[in-house]
Design a protein around this ligand. Structure first.
Ligand SMILES: Cc1ncc(COP(=O)(O)O)c(C=O)c1O
Length: 477
């Protein structure tokens, strides 16, 4: 008989009472040993966060952390514990929490769609609601496809996108990134779309090489088969606060004109104020045809996303099939839409987007000043409250840090020990990006919060930089 390797014997979580499980989760043991949740990473310890107020969250031991990542995912743009948004959600839930948009609509959905079309760049006239970022992005792919089919070009299906990107964890959105590490486990399911390299200072400071790569991708695919160019206008986690040079954007617009594909912007992170504008599309010299938003629309108080399109996209559907795709159960539900309305109300009345636009550059400068003189820090970039810190090998100030140092992971761990929530990105296997940190605090962070975040972060980077230098045997003159 073949011997089957047995997994190590561990007491089953079900055999322990809940309180004990939570307790165990607090100590330094991977949570996979003490939970019924299937965690994202089985070897990671997940602190149990029990409450939040403003830019602070608190764990089950009463330890408080400054949240420089808006809930960890950039969603909680208005901070934690907003009683007014909770009250709006409660009022809606008491009246009508749920109806399905397949056969019914509701005033909150109608009003929110109207509000978004008035806030979006000119010409965006229709909105479809979904429950999150990946769904909004997938629907953008579907909408572009339906647009071309309705116009008698059913051969158009391919999507060209930058390789160094993240657009969500579903099959269709994973296919939009060119990152081998994310794609490999799921490859059989992923359609192959062409990708182009990022125009960073390292590879292509003018944007010309990306345009050349775009031309090659169009040529190889056959321009008449291309449905969509898909990208973030300003990148979030994959290349924090990076945007291609104007030359690239203008060249992209010119190629859209010439070849007839559409442009969709993933504004899952940048939409609803993160860069100091309602939409980051206002900041780049090309008007997209479709915009997908999510995180800041619910601000962490409801799962909601949306797809916005310009009138010519809508018109193609209106004069074609007169139907657009299947929906999800929670799309346009009154409860989530009421939260979206309350979020817009707070953003407007309290002027948070103007605040982010005005305060953002100073926050970036504060960070840059605090990190000055640390050889590992190459660049601090920023658009509003979306700030990126890029690290290099201190021995030549150009190369990526050696991957085996795992610097990004170490930065987040040290920051967390210092009571600061950050998100750093590991180097990518295709070599387009090294270690970087994203800094994206809630818009509502107080001056004291921001100063404290910068101090804790600078202390973190100083500590990690000395560890890195010791491991690389850097000798200071
Ligand atoms: C730029 C970007 N697009 C899409 C997504 C996916 O959004 P969701 O996790 O809501 O599906 C994310 C999530 O982090 C994101 O950062």
């Amino acid at each position: 008989m073949r011997s089957v390797r047995q997994p190590p014997q561990r007491s089953h979580p079900k055999e322990r009472p809940y309180a004990e499980e939570v307790n165990r989760a607090r100590v330094a043991e991977p949570i996979s040993d003490s939970t019924r949740v299937l965690p994202l990473e089985l070897d990671r310890r997940y602190p149990v966060i029990v409450k939040g107020e403003g830019a602070w969250v608190e764990d089950a031991d009463g330890r408080r952390y400054l949240d420089a990542m808006s809930g960890g995912s950039m969603a909680a743009t208005l901070g934690h514990g907003r009683r007014d948004i909770v009250a709006a959600a409660r009022a809606q839930a008491e009246k009508l929490a749920y109806v399905h948009n397949e056969r019914l609509t509701n005033p909150a959905q109608e009003r929110l769609a109207h509000e978004l079309t008035t806030l979006a760049p000119e010409g965006f006239s229709r909105v479809r609601f979904v429950t999150g970022g990946a769904e909004a992005n997938e629907m953008a792919i579907q909408l572009a496809r339906r647009y071309h089919v309705a116009r008698g070009e059913p051969q158009r299906w391919q999507v060209i996108s930058p390789a160094q990107a993240y657009h969500g964890p579903t099959m269709a959105t994973l296919a939009l990134t060119g990152r081998p590490g994310l794609q490999r486990p799921f490859e059989p399911y992923l359609p192959r779309h062409p990708h182009i390299p990022p125009s960073t200072w390292r590879f292509d400071p003018t944007g010309q090489q990306a345009l050349d790569a775009l031309d090659r991708a169009l040529e190889a695919a056959g321009p008449q088969t291309v449905s969509l160019y898909f990208c973030e206008p300003i990148s979030a986690a994959a290349l924090p606060a990076y945007t291609p040079p104007d030359l690239f954007w203008r060249g992209l617009a010119e190629r859209r004109e010439r070849h007839g594909f559409l442009i969709a912007f993933d504004e899952i992170v940048t939409g609803m104020g993160r860069t100091g504008y309602w939409f980051a599309a206002e900041r780049v010299p090309v008007v997209p045809d479709i915009i997908a938003i999510a995180k800041g629309l619910g601000a962490g108080y409801a799962a909601i996303g949306a797809l916005l399109c310009r009138t010519h996209v809508y018109d193609a559907i209106a004069s074609g099939s007169r139907a657009f795709t299947l929906g999800h159960t929670w799309d346009g539900a009154p409860l989530a839409c009421a939260v979206g309305l309350a979020v817009i109300d707070v953003l407007r009345k309290e002027g948070w987007i103007d605040h982010v636009r005005e305060r953002g550059p100073r926050l970036r400068d504060q960070l840059a000043d605090a990190l000055r003189g640390i050889p590992m820090v190459k660049e601090v970039r920023g658009h509003g409250y979306l700030i990126g810190v890029e690290y290099v090998d201190p021995r030549d100030s150009v190369s990526f840090l050696p991957v085996d140092l795992r610097t990004a992971g170490r930065i987040d761990a040290v920051a967390f020990d210092r009571g600061l929530v950050t998100l750093s990105t590991m180097p990518t296997r295709d070599g387009f990006a090294g270690d970087q940190t994203l800094f994206a605090p809630p818009f509502t962070s107080t001056e004291g919060d921001l100063t404290e975040m910068v101090e804790r972060f600078a202390g973190t980077i100083q500590q990690v930089a000395s560890e890195v230098e010791a491991r690389l045997s850097v000798v200071h003159a």
